[in-house]
Design a protein around this ligand. Structure first.
Ligand code: HC1
Ligand code: SF4
Length: 576
């Protein structure tokens, strides 16, 4: 223990703590821009580059300014976090940053939601005294998922550290020197030419609009105003537990009914649910699990609904492309069924149907353009918008989201179970598959509903499960670094699993790159996870195979899980 003073008050700090940590724990906040610590992901970005967190410290030899994120507490330190000198230092640094920042806040993608703008406001910066050279790097909009605007980059390096240390994809590093330094892919290549998985985790931690999603809002408005088109929308499980945050509600607020009502007000012809597609996925995937356990195909079987994860395995483990399930992801299965089963039922030409997915994910944008995910020349899904883009459309239309009366999804692609809802949290797809696999193996007891061992935030969760006399070893990994380590062990043969779920985003889709920004507060993700499991608990039907509308589509259209028709419409393949 170390005794010191912060702002004149005696406090105790732990040996090895930084001034930033000790101050925040003692109730004295210090602003940061580059520094970011996300404890549940074991992530810390501390390049000491922004110099915003400067504080004044006196150790008996006169005071000096130090970066609090990188200066450790010492016995007897006298720290001032808010002295005039410390605050003026922050203000000057901020002015220098703003001197080389585009002043287009009025229409910037992050306007009112930008850490740089918020901090400039909080520091009471009302003018910029310095005029100098301005960066002009241009905008990279070449990928289908992510826009990179280096003129808005403040060199905080959060993107670089999350991509390298958490995701182990290593896309970004410092390119060039001095004023020309940019954090970019090697040789400043456009993102679509790199092995970027489009997981969007760099977008989630970027404090400005240097990294944002490709905006598809206008394309969706155009479809909605085209009288010749029948526009269907589907919403991912993770959207309903997060979108209310965009309208000021507490994290963890479930707003399924308001979300449906808002989509109807926006003009969608049918408001359906990706959760229905998730139930369908489980039918196909659980069938595949049982087939592989019976010796038809390779074990372990890996889940395949996360497009960033799929891109990652294609780039990094090309020798293992027969391991993932061949199931398309739920929103793609949904799209495929909309343009075949639903089109037939409604007597609409599939070319006149537009499928829009509202997703927590930016990689889903890229996924929907994959050539394998088409049928008879039609893409399964036409446009993907993120949770944030959906919220923008609601605001643009002047809808008071939180005041809307709750409404129900349309049918027949709107009914879903608790199993589908938990897809949104890490471990949920695995748990949902186990529920149905257990039922098909003859155990429909309550004991095969809740598999607590695969829930929560631990990076790799392992469980030995016994269902109906079958012993299974399963694992769920989230975050691509965890996935890489797990797959390397599988490749070496040093460990055996039967079923593995992998999600690229730490926490699962609830923490996707298209969700409302968490601004470093991962407690928000925990609340979204709790909301996810509370929806599951509240559902009368909690196994996908018990969804009456899913049973019906097999009776009327698909035949059996794994049938020839199911393979043609609901399965895919991978390319290295
Ligand atoms: Fe996901 Fe999925 S769970 S991938 O995270 O399998 O995006 O929410 O929609 O498709 O269902 C995302 C979420 C989502 C699919 C489902
Ligand atoms: Fe890295 Fe993911 Fe960002 Fe691509 S989207 S640069 S893989 S963090």
């Amino acid at each position: 223990m170390v005794k010191l003073k912060i702002n004149g008050i005696e406090v105790e700090a732990q040996n090895g703590e930084t001034i930033l940590e000790a101050s925040r724990r003692s109730g004295f906040d210090i602003p940061t821009l580059c520094h970011l610590q996300l404890h549940d992901m074991d992530y810390e970005n501390r390049p000491v580059s922004c110099r915003i967190c400067m504080v004044e410290v006196d150790e008996g030899r006169g005071s000096r300014l130090v970066p609090s994120c990188d200066t450790y507490v010492k016995e007897g330190m006298d720290i001032s976090t808010d002295s005039r000198r410390a605050v003026n230092s922050r203000r000057t640094t901020m002015e220098l940053m703003l001197s080389n920042h585009p002043k287009d806040c009025l229409f910037c993608d992050r306007s009112t939601n930008c850490d740089l703008q918020t901090l400039a406001h909080e520091l009471n910066v009302r003018r910029v005294r310095y005029e100098g050279k301005r960066s002009n790097f241009g905008i990279d909009e070449t990928s289908l998922s992510i826009v990179k605007n280096l003129d808005k980059c403040i060199l905080c390096r959060r993107c670089e550290s999350i991509c390298s240390n958490v995701q182990t994809v290593d896309i970004y590093s410092a390119v060039n020197r001095g004023f020309d330094t940019v954090i970019a892919p090697a040789f400043n290549a456009p993102l679509h030419e790199t092995e970027c998985t489009f997981c969007g985790q760099c977008v989630s931690v970027c404090p400005t609009a240097a990294l944002t999603e490709i905006n598809n809002v206008d394309k969706v408005w155009n479809a909605l105003y085209d009288e010749g088109k029948y526009v269907v929308v589907q919403t991912a499980p993770a959207v309903r537990v997060a979108v209310a945050e965009e309208f000021g509600a507490e994290p963890g607020t479930v707003s399924t009914g308001q979300m449906v009502a808002a989509l109807r007000r926006l003009g969608f012809d049918s408001v359906f649910d990706t959760n229905w597609g998730a139930d369908l996925t489980i039918m196909e995937e659980a069938n595949e699990v049982l087939q592989r356990l019976n010796g038809k195909g390779r074990l372990p079987i890996l889940t395949s609904c996360c497009p960033a994860w799929v891109k990652f395995i294609e780039h990094n483990f090309p020798d293992m492309l027969d391991v993932p399930s061949t199931c398309k992801s739920p929103h793609e299965m949904f799209g495929s069924m909309t343009k075949t089963y639903f089109a037939e039922k409604m007597n609409i030409d599939p070319k006149d149907i537009v499928v829009v997915s509202v997703m927590p994910c930016v990689a889903k944008k890229y996924e929907s353009a994959r050539p394998e995910l088409t049928h008879e020349g039609h893409s399964d899904v036409d446009y993907v918008i993120t949770t944030r883009e959906f919220a923008r459309m609601v605001k643009e239309a002047g809808i008071h989201y939180l005041d809307l009366a709750e409404e129900e999804f349309d049918n027949p692609l709107g009914e879903s179970t608790g199993a589908a809802q938990i897809f949104g949290a890490t471990g949920g797809v695995l748990e949902a598959a186990l529920r149905t696999a257990a039922a098909w193996l003859g155990d429909e007891s309550d004991a095969t509903l809740d598999f607590e061992g695969v829930r929560g935030f631990e990076g790799v969760k392992e469980a030995n499960i016994s269902v109906a006399g079958h012993d299974l070893k399963v694992a769920a990994a989230h975050g691509l670094g965890n996935a890489r380590r797990l797959l390397e062990a599988v490749r070496e043969g040093s460990t055996h699993y039967d079923v593995i779920e992998i999600m690229a985003c730490p926490g699962g889709c609830i923490a996707g790159g298209g969700q409302p920004y968490h601004h470093g507060d991962r407690g928000i993700i925990k609340k979204r996870m709790e909301a996810t499991y509370s929806i599951d608990k509240s559902k009368k039907i909690r196994r996908s195979n018990d969804n009456p509308d899913i049973k019906k589509i097999y009776e009327e259209f698909l035949g059996e899980p794994g049938s020839h028709k199911a393979h043609e419409l609901l399965h895919t393949h991978y390319v290295d």
